[in-house]
Design a binder for this molecule. Sequence first.
Ligand code: GLP
Length: 243
Amino acid sequence: MRIIEAKDYKDMSRKAANIISAQIILKPDCVLGLATGSTPIGLYEQLVEWYKKGDLDFSRISTVNLDEYKGLNRENDQSYYYFMHDHLFNHVNVRPECTNVPNGMEPDSEKECRRYEELIDSLGGADLQLLGLGHNGHIGFNEPAPIFEKTTHCVDLTESTIEANKRFFASADEVPRQAYTMGIGTIMKAKKILVVVSGEDKAEIVAKAFSGDVTPDVPASILQMHRDVTVVADQAALSKLRQ
Ligand code: GLP
């Protein structure tokens, strides 16, 4: 695991965008695994800026997103489908038919999870998977659990995740209680993984996840077992790891 220290959020965003941009330059038809949450917003802005300057070409890439709330439609501005279009897809030349987000409106969980997992396999898996980190160590929506769930599945969100994500909704009652997410096995199959983390409020979980025991209680801790993980985090997020 490589840990790259950034000065602050802006520096973290630029460094992470550089890594994604290198991936696209080295393999123009790569499969990018993408993430939502507030942490990657700055890096998407940076990628859009470089695209507008003519430095990046998204025309041959495919994307697979980590997760989606179950029950939110694409027009809902809190859906991850909407987020990805708002922050990236609408601003670059990615082919719309090559972008993939789990379908939150499919009521049959088994059917949707099977479809999504097969789709990722049919693309050959992600060349580079971007991840944020939840306060409880979740990646995608893989919440702390007795076991590491392998494949795409439907999860019941924990109270702490509902609490953390309610800032985006009118109230906690409006936060969906379930989500579709790639499994830990799906994520671990990615050839490379890039984790972005920012802020002092993540310092404790960063220390637990990247230097503590590997346990499904801290889902991100499994990343210690992957052969090509890069964590780009700002000083505040790394403050407890150093101690
Ligand atoms: C959300 C997403 C995750 C994200 C995490 C952290 O629940 N499902 O993919 O990494 O929370 O979000 P933030 O970056 O806003 O702290």
